[in-house]
Design a protein around this ligand. Sequence first.
Ligand SMILES: Nc1ncnc2c1ncn2[C@@H]1O[C@H](COP(=O)(O)OP(=O)(O)O)[C@@H](O)[C@H]1O
Ligand SMILES: [Mg+2]
Length: 463
Amino acid sequence: MEPVDRHEAADEIRRLCTEADTEADRTLLRDLGDAISVGDISQATGIAIGRNIRQVVNRFELSPGAVAALIDFRADLGRSFGIDASQYRLGALLAEKTRGFVGREHIFRAVDQFFRTHSSGYFVVHGPPGAGKSAFLAEYVRRSGCLAHVNSRGLGVTSAAQFIENISAQIIADAGLPYAALPAGATADGAFLLKILEEARHRLGADERLVIAVDALDEATASDRDGANILFLPPVLPDGVYFVLTRRDADIPLVAQAPIGTLDISDYPDENTSDTRQYVRKALTRPRLRTWVSTRSLDESDFIAALAELSENNFMYLFHVLPEIESGVYRDLAIEQLPVGLVGYYEDHWVRMGMAVKPLPRVKLRLIYLLGEARKPISRRLLSELATDPAIRADEIDVQEVLDEWLQFLLEDRLDDHPRYSIYHTSFRDFLHRKDIVQAAGVTIEGIHRLIADNLWTSVFET
Ligand SMILES: Nc1ncnc2c1ncn2[C@@H]1O[C@H](COP(=O)(O)OP(=O)(O)O)[C@@H](O)[C@H]1O
Ligand SMILES: [Mg+2]
């Protein structure tokens, strides 16, 4: 995942001045560009600037990189409240998730329709892993500039307290509320969040909405308070305040007097087919894919239809399999022999990487399971230290080999010279947890946890 280039973003935003109609807009863009290029988040400037981010993203056509820089900047404003904001920077993730975004117009329409027919409320989008929930939400944030929080087990962002501090800081910046710090106890329940939502509401213009996007409720820790919603989501919402939430099909109760709308992605098979086909059609402009298709004397439209069907209309499948076709992995195969469904693809890759041969590749297995269980991105060095014990030695070459073979399943965080890795998508972690796979791999999840606990203190994750 590439870090966001704030200087490029700043230049782009300043260039927009020429398109702006009013002097006020020109000043706004210039100030925002300047603040981003110097990274100035001092309280006064930061707060003044924070108010404009949503407007600028919403009203001007910006590149994904520039939006990413603005979203990161808004998260960084939390630093002036003493928050460790680096964990909430979404810019690079949003840019990555929305690269080559297609379709999903029916979901955008449903959200709009809900907003138009309710004065406040929760809109929940749910569906199976890889169906494109996170990408939809990322695109929603990219288009609207709305406030956002992403729950992620692999990145260690799962608690209600993290959600409240991150979103509260964004609300304060967005509405320009007069807080120099979050009060003590602000993250202990949902009371403070509701209070500032009320305060922010009073600062909204007529017909203006405050929208908060929250991804992957299924990756957040369940509330241990009786009767409290996950993430302490408030049962009542002020007028003009909306949440757009995503989750898997799991049962995650949300109890609220505020209206709740839901959209089940699986209820739209035609739209899912048409959107995944569009994704394949777009990919078919790439020369190697075209060659693969033409050497099999396939019709392009047949290829498009077949791949969408093989994927079971799953974007994550296409995200993996199309590049594999291009890189020659399926060189000798006919289209009928491609893996079926996302899980079929994982099984296929597992076997191809020699994870299921006897004697078992114990070092590799241990490394991949460690990656799967980590709650923070981990570096190559740490991975090799963790995987080594008196019985097994994992050197950096072993680690590199695993990283190379599994890179497409990993999120590479390259904020500094030491890249760190986490699992890209929870569906892969689910695969690792499947009973037959765990058993065949000769590991136990408890054993992996013990290894982590023996070697690892939380501070080790931070190296
Ligand atoms: N509408 C879309 N257009 C383009 N790519 C998409 C789209 N939806 C999903 N993807 C791709 O598929 C991957 C998996 O989708 P994701 O949104 O993470 O699934 P989910 O959150 O439902 O499990 C994303 O990383 C993205 O690359
Ligand atoms: Mg997701």
